[in-house]
Design a protein around this ligand. Structure first.
Ligand SMILES: [Fe+2]
Length: 268
């Protein structure tokens, strides 16, 4: 256990350094994140999402959020996702959410807020902050979960947890895939760690995510899939199911594992 914690700390440190290097400089990212949260907890009494989030929080926002550079080239995910889609998705769609979030959070009431803090009290904020805050964060997360390295599969503690929650990796993929395929309209499919430390699958509409207090199935996201048409329409047109099935070829399972281990530690 001690070895695991040490390994995770090392990994977290390397990630902190990575994010520092790749910019987000205006966001005071990942620097010994001990933020005070005034938001109400949505965990059962005796536990605290606020405390949990304070261990995870990556962004002290407000008016100066920046996209981190893509960790791969636009064409790196071909043939699953074509280069043009990646370019438009990142440089237009994600860029627009980022700009619109900054425009919506310039007021003094946001000066000391983090994005996760806002998510914890989402119902208190304007819809523009919800839509663009979700759009900014969801894409930031999504890019890290994709990889050109095909052929990976879940391993270790993550594999064990998937088997415990869903019976098998195939059953998990079927459930997650169906969440994406059946979501009406635009949205996201999610694999999250819930307040009991169990993996759960869900989907959300628009730019909502499981961190938000307005979302039915809440938890710490460890894997997500963008099922807005802008994510696949150039290549797949109306064939969303084909896009969802192809997604498994580009999942960065190492990052999913890292996020799973981080979430479990944060809940303790
Ligand atoms: Fe998107």
């Amino acid at each position: 256990m001690k070895e695991l914690e040490t390994a995770l700390k090392n990994e977290q440190n390397s990630r902190r350094n990575f994010f520092k290097k790749v910019s987000l400089s205006g966001i005071a990212v990942l620097v010994a994140s001990k933020f005070s949260f005034g938001g109400k907890s949505f965990l059962p009494e005796g536990t605290s999402w606020d405390k949990t989030f304070s261990k995870l929080d990556e962004s002290k926002l407000t008016g100066q959020s920046k996209q981190s550079p893509l960790p791969y080239a636009y064409n790196a995910l071909e043939p699953v996702v074509d280069a043009k889609t990646m370019e438009i998705h990142y440089s237009k769609h994600h860029a627009a959410y980022t700009k619109n979030l900054n425009d919506a959070t310039t007021g003094p009431e946001y000066a000391s807020k983090t994005l996760f803090q806002i998510f914890t009290e989402m119902e208190k904020y304007p819809v523009a902050v919800k839509n663009n805050g979700g759009g900014f964060y969801n894409h930031l997360l999504f890019w890290t979960l994709l990889s050109s390295g095909a052929g990976q599969e879940p391993q270790g503690d993550l594999l064990k947890a998937i088997n415990e929650s869903f019976g098998s990796v195939d059953k998990f993929k079927e459930g997650f895939g169906n969440a994406g395929k059946k979501q009406f309209g635009s949205g996201w499919a999610w694999l999250s760690v819930n307040e009991k430390g169990k993996l759960v699958v869900s989907s959300t509409a628009n730019q909502e995510n499981p961190l938000m207090s307005t979302t039915e199935v809440r938890g710490i996201p460890v894997l997500t899939l963008d099922i807005w048409e802008h994510a696949y329409y150039l290549q797949y047109q109306n064939r969303r199911a084909e896009y969802v099935d192809a997604f498994w070829k580009i999942v960065n399972w190492k990052e999913v594992s890292r996020r799973y281990n981080e979430a479990i530690l944060a809940l303790k």
